[in-house]
Write a protein that binds this ligand. Structure first.
Ligand code: NAD
Length: 282
């Protein structure tokens, strides 16, 4: 039976550590501020935004909320971002994705000051990660590294397979595992013999965006399996990209959905907000 990797517990541990740092900054007269912008009323986005605000409250970060109507123009959004870029009381800016189709996501990501890019999506942040320089790291993959480390799962020298090559999960995940001296393979929709590739993995990170696609036939006995996916099944219950019931008996450790990777994403957003204060001083 696999060990359950408890993302809720690790996330709380990280938030409790950050709470102390945030309180320290307060004694020095600095209150950390995060601006959260949502355009439109996508229900899933509203849940994520709500959870981010709750985490801010817990850690002691001031969150400023901008709930803009669906019809907001790109120009209006850019003007708001520019104003927040100049605002010394705001250390992090987050635009909840996806934005409505009439707004160009890349333009918005680039408009956020790299010093306030707490999502780690700006090309400057991504570039810094790829050449091993300090900078903001995308929250979900950064959270996965913390999950592994804080569960004493060694990465160095291990065969790591990441399924998915998105800019926010798969690619930064691969770079972070490489930074930890893993031997990294990135699999994607054009990969041949996906099962054989996955079966090599000591650590298998699944970010494929397909409910319960990865069953035991993809997993080596004793592998560590990290499930990034979030979906609702036919009974409206949350499930991941991994078929948990099938994989759990084969793996040595596995993240559940919910309660695995999800809570880590928010904890690392809080971490990045604290980092942003250091950057604002640089
Ligand atoms: P995405 O759709 O942008 O990328 C999916 C990737 O999977 C693509 O690179 C594609 O090449 C690959 N892929 C698709 N079908 C495949 C197949 N049949 N075989 C092999 N590879 C295939 O998704 P994403 O943004 O990277 O997110 C992945 C999953 O993680 C989604 O379920 C998403 O909801 C979830 N997610 C969770 C969190 C969290 O906080 N837990 C954060 C971000 C994303």
């Amino acid at each position: 039976m696999a060990r359950l990797i408890d993302g809720k517990a690790v996330s709380k541990q990280i938030k409790d550590e950050l709470k102390e740092t945030v309180a320290d900054w307060k004694t020095k007269g600095i209150e950390i501020g995060l601006a959260v912008i949502q355009v439109g009323k996508d229900p899933a986005s509203s849940v994520y935004v709500g959870n981010k605000k709750k985490a801010c409250e817990y850690v002691g970060i001031r969150s400023e909320s901008y709930e803009l109507p669906e019809e907001t123009t790109q120009e209006e959004l850019l003007q708001l971002i520019e104003r927040l870029n100049q605002d010394d009381g705001i250390h992090g800016i987050l635009v909840q994705l996806p934005v409505p189709a009439h707004i160009d996501e890349d333009t918005i990501i680039r408009a956020i000051s790299p010093k306030k890019d707490v999502d780690g999506f700006h090309p400057q942040s991504v570039g810094a990660l790829s050449i091993g320089q300090p900078g903001f790291v995308s929250c979900t993959p950064a959270g996965i590294i913390q999950l592994l480390k804080r569960n004493d799962i060694e990465i160095e020298g291990k065969e790591c397979v990441v399924i998915g090559r998105s800019n926010i999960v798969g690619k930064p995940m691969a770079l972070l595992l490489l930074r930890e001296n893993g031997t990294v393979t990135v699999a994607h929709s054009k990969t041949r013999n996906l099962r054989e590739v996955c079966k090599r993995a000591d650590i298998l990170v699944v970010a494929v965006g397909r409910p319960r696609m990865i069953d035991a036939s993809y997993v080596k006995e004793g592998a560590v399996v990290i499930d990034v996916g979030i979906h609702r099944n036919e009974n409206n219950k949350l499930c991941g990209d991994v078929d948990f019931e099938s994989v759990e008996p084969v793996a040595s450790a596995i993240t559940p959905v919910p309660g695995g990777v999800g809570p880590m994403t928010i904890a690392m957003l809080m971490y990045n907000c604290v980092e942003a204060v250091e950057l604002s001083k640089a």
